[in-house]
Write a protein that binds this ligand. Structure first.
Ligand SMILES: Nc1ncnc2c1ncn2[C@@H]1O[C@H](COP(=O)(O)OP(=O)(O)O)[C@@H](O)[C@H]1O
Ligand SMILES: [Mg+2]
Length: 280
């Protein structure tokens, strides 16, 4: 099966600005991938190219094997833009109905109630957008993106405007989507979000992919810290597997060991290193 998203050598220049400087990225079927990076890194541009909204200067993107922008590609994906806004007067059910028409879905009321149920808005189907919290609107936005049963969901900063409770709800929703086998590319500048939920993380900075992998593989060992009569020191090149030997050697050398701690970097360390300390 072709990947849900495959980007090959994507470049995008807006006059003097290089938004993407050659990015290769894939999202396999059913995978939840976090695209992390500071503001202006090129995340939204990459997602817009995948949607067919922006044409790359060079390189190409494919959705489930179809060229981005083609009808078959558009039918395979759902998209929620970063700063979307539904009309305040529209009711939840109407928003979905409109998007069914836009997406050419003929799945009718059954699809709408299933989606409202999925995002926890079953009781709000007749509620107007203007009477919804930001978190509810965000979940309605995700329901909208799922109209037509896409294989790939592209979410641009879906939790950035939410409070911690709203974030957790969206996270749980993403986990449910993974169980259902929907592939997700999640743009975020919020590390913790991505760390908690994603199978893989790609970090981009200034239009380039600077790190990529499973969160657990990206966080590296950073040595072993030992506390003895002589004080506390770090044996930098050591890892967890070295801890028993180090302890035994210290004891054999007559030192009294009060503590041994394996140090590892957090995803935050990896991120800061990868983006060169740039903040978002
Ligand atoms: N339509 C556009 N015209 C000109 N410059 C743009 C346009 N869209 C994005 N850019 C620029 O491209 C760079 C990457 O932007 P963007 O993809 O929105 O980054 P991110 O989503 O990571 O914050 C930024 O410097 C931004 O100003
Ligand atoms: Mg963006």
């Amino acid at each position: 099966m072709p990947p849900a998203l495959a980007a090959h050598g994507l470049e995008k220049r807006f006059r003097a600005t290089t938004a993407l400087a050659g990015v290769d990225l894939s999202v396999e079927e059913g995978q939840l991938v976090g695209l992390l990076g500071p503001n202006g890194a090129g995340k939204s541009t990459l997602v817009k190219i995948a949607c067919g909204l922006v044409r790359p200067t060079s390189g190409r993107a494919e959705i489930c094997g179809h060229p981005a922008g083609s009808r078959a590609a558009s039918e395979s994906l759902g998209y929620l833009a970063e700063l979307f806004r539904f009309p305040g007067w529209a009711r939840a059910d109407e928003v979905l109905e409109l998007h069914q028409r836009l997406a050419g879905s003929d799945a009718g009321a059954a699809e709408r109630s299933e989606l409202l149920d999925l995002v926890g808005l079953a009781d709000a189907r007749d509620r107007r957008v203007e009477a919804m919290s930001k978190g509810m609107q965000q979940r309605l936005g995700i329901a909208q993106a799922l109209v037509g049963d896409p294989r790939l969901l592209l979410l641009d900063e879906p939790t950035s405007a939410l409070d911690p409770v709203g974030r957790r709800t969206v996270r749980e929703l993403l986990e449910e989507l993974r169980r259902r086998g929907v592939a997700v590319l999640l743009n975020s500048h919020l590390l913790s979000e991505v760390e908690l939920v994603c199978d893989r993380v790609a970090i981009i900075a200034a239009g380039r992919l600077v790190a990529e992998g499973r969160p657990a593989d990206l966080v590296r060992a950073r040595g072993v810290e030992v506390e003895t009569d002589a004080g506390t020191r770090v044996i930098a090149e050591a890892g967890r597997e070295d801890a028993p030997r180090i302890t035994a050697e210290l004891v054999a050398a007559g030192e009294r060991v009060y503590g041994v701690r394996v140090l590892s970097s957090t995803l935050e360390d990896v991120y800061l290193e990868a983006v060169g300390g740039e903040t978002s």
